[in-house]
Design a protein around this ligand. Structure first.
Ligand code: DAH
Length: 358
């Protein structure tokens, strides 16, 4: 019988030298296959006497096991290397920087709403939401605007198709219905703001059929008009980032508040420029007042116990004044050049800690 130690060494060397799966398979066939070297030697055992056969058999088996194990190990090494190679070849470099010309920017309306939320949030207001498709009760009735009330004409409402019962849903004409929804579902004290879209069938230099408001509502037992004034002055001071805001409260009328006022900000408009705090012009930014007892009653809140104030701020107006955007219609023309000029970096979330707009 050949020198088994020699054969073992040769076969193990061949296994180690196999550079790929095909070469390794050839080594396996050559050693362990039907006509392989070890198989042939196994066949030769029959010619030996019993004693010699057992000894040689044991030795051969150990060579066979060692070679088989070496092949297995080599196969795993080769498979791992192949996988590593594939992963490296197919990998995607996710560390590449964003292409600068693809950088998205936040619309000034989104930025303005985020700023309002940052300021009012700090003052203790929670954000509430409501549906944009409303019913008559929430948009008008509960706000002390009965059918035939002249205020309905002022709202140029978009109505849906009439339902079989004669009622019609509508696109909310203001964010005030969310006052009603909140008072229906929450026990006072209430302190909310409601940023959102509103709709009126109106389109010219200073009106777009869709625009944005931020409603505010505070209800508890002792809130009075002084709090309302303080709240809005404080808000404007933080929003416009000036200590003394050029602002005036002008007596007004809303069916859902008594007394009512409108808030104007001093500004100049010359040709195509709008400047905050200059000249002798005024831009109305909000309506406000003390919540009418009829509104509290419509929400099952006792006006003998509770009172409070409400306001509705025009978001576009705030943005125009702060960012010097003279034409309302440009907000919704989706002109990328305009957005590149007036847009905001999306990850610079407004906070009062480091100034609203870095
Ligand atoms: N809802 C009014 C509008 O859209 C704005 C408004 C005025 C809201 C006075 C209020 C308020 O909450 O108290 O014209």
């Amino acid at each position: 019988m050949e020198d088994l130690e020699q054969i073992r060494a040769e076969l193990l060397a061949a296994v180690a030298a196999a550079a790929g799966p095909d070469a390794l398979d050839a080594v396996r066939v050559n050693a362990l296959g039907r006509k392989g070297r070890i198989t042939e030697l196994m066949k030769g055992l029959g010619a030996l006497d019993a004693e010699a056969r057992r000894a040689a058999g044991q030795e051969l088996n150990s060579v066979k096991a060692a070679v088989a194990e070496a092949i297995d190990r080599r196969k795993r090494t080769l498979d791992d290397a192949a996988l590593e190679g594939r992963l490296a070849a197919e990998s995607v470099d996710i560390s590449l920087p964003v292409r600068p010309e693809r950088q998205g920017l936040l619309h000034p309306i989104s930025q303005t709403i985020d700023e309002v939320i940052a300021i009012m949030g700090e003052m203790g207001f929670a954000v509430a939401e409501g549906p944009e498709i409303e019913d008559d009760f929430h948009n008008f009735g509960a706000l002390n605007i009965p059918p035939e009330h002249p205020a309905r004409q002022m709202h140029d409402t978009f109505y849906m198709k009439e339902k079989p019962d004669g009622s019609r849903l509508l696109l909310r004409t203001h964010t005030s219905p969310v006052q009603i929804r909140t008072m229906e579902s929450t026990e006072p004290p209430i302190r909310i703001i409601v940023p959102g879209r509103t709709y009126r069938s109106d389109s010219d230099m200073t009106h777009t059929p869709m625009f944005h408001q931020v409603e505010g509502l505070v209800i508890d037992k002792t809130t009075h008009f002084g709090h309302l004034k303080g709240c809005l002055i404080e808000f404007c001071s933080a929003f416009f980032e000036v200590a003394n805001v050029p602002l005036r409260f002008r007596p007004s009328y809303f069916p859902f508040t008594e007394p009512s006022a409108e808030v104007d900000i001093n500004c100049s408009r010359q040709g195509n420029t709008l400047k905050f705090g200059e000249g002798d012009g005024w831009l109305e930014i909000a309506g406000c007042g003390m919540v009418h007892p009829n509104v509290l009653r419509a929400c099952n809140i006792d006006p003998e116990v509770y009172q409070g104030f409400a306001f509705g701020i025009g978001v576009e107006r705030l943005a125009m004044l702060k960012y010097g955007i003279p034409d309302l219609r440009t907000f919704f023309e989706a002109d990328l050049r305009w957005l590149r000029h007036y847009g905001f970096l999306p990850l610079e979330v407004p906070t009062l800690l480091r100034g609203l707009v870095p």
